[in-house]
Design a binder for this molecule. Structure first.
Ligand SMILES: Nc1ncnc2c1ncn2[C@@H]1O[C@H](COP(=O)(O)OP(=O)(O)OP(=O)(O)O)[C@@H](O)[C@H]1O
Ligand SMILES: [Mg+2]
Length: 216
């Protein structure tokens, strides 16, 4: 089986004006890549395109060898449910539910078990019974990371996963994400403003002047 997880060719997108064009990008198993760039340069948009949530004006995206724009809606849903893990820039947790219930919803949908090991590594095992609304921003962020990992995705898209965290906790989250892909053969695409986190990935790219440049 090919080790290619993500392959994006010739991507272009505009909202009111052109955001980017001529973007080529690939990600292989066990590989980690980071994208940096100024606020508003289009990083989150690119991540949404790569992760099935948006269709670009131009170009092709394949995940696990499947062209996203020729898949049936059901097949796309299955990809999202079982194979694609997204850590959003703004974490989408159910605020009125406990941290544990939030994670259980995700693992129920994917049929995978939550690993206590991951909860412990993220230092959130003690918080599981608390309502999400009672947790700090960084605690919520770690719950949303646990939620994504609990479904054992084959590829992880992480948009500023360490944005609300102090350096030490941020570094711990990076350890967990990088260990996860080495252990499972998944891939990681990280979008961040934090160059020290970006540099922990195998390759760094910069989105600038509507193009994606190799930056490492
Ligand atoms: N759904 C949308 N409709 C219209 N414009 C949008 C939409 N989503 C994003 N934009 C615009 O596209 C540009 C890029 O947004 P995007 O969120 O991709 O930037 P970003 O690089 O992730 O920024 P940040 O670092 O602040 O998160 C912004 O100017 C934004 O206003
Ligand atoms: Mg963004």
């Amino acid at each position: 089986m090919s080790s290619l997880l993500l392959d994006a060719q010739n991507i272009a997108h505009s909202f009111d004006t052109s955001l980017f064009s001529d973007i080529h990008f690939s990600l292989h198993k066990t590989q980690s890549k980071a994208i940096i760039g100024r606020s508003g340069s289009g990083k989150s948009t690119l991540l949404h395109i790569f992760s099935t949530f948006m269709q670009p004006n131009q170009g092709e995206v394949s995940l696990f060898g499947e062209n996203l724009y020729t898949l049936k809606e059901k097949e796309l849903e299955a990809l999202r449910r079982y194979d694609v893990g997204i850590i959003f820039q703004f974490h989408y947790l159910f605020k009125g539910m406990s941290a544990m219930d939030n994670i259980e919803v995700a693992s129920m949908l994917s049929g995978e078990e939550i690993s206590n090991d991951i909860l412990e590594k993220l230092e959130i095992s003690e918080l599981m019974q608390k309502k999400v609304g009672e947790l700090s921003g960084g605690q919520q962020q770690r719950v949303s990371i646990a939620r994504v990992l609990s479904k054992k995705p084959r590829i992880i898209f992480a948009d500023e996963p360490t944005g609300n965290l102090d350096n030490e906790t941020a570094s711990l989250v990076m350890d967990i994400l990088l260990d996860y892909i080495k252990e499972t053969g998944a891939g990681l695409l990280l979008v961040t403003h934090d160059e020290s986190m970006a540099k922990r990935c195998d390759e760094v790219y910069k989105l600038e002047d509507k193009k994606l440049f190799s930056y490492s």
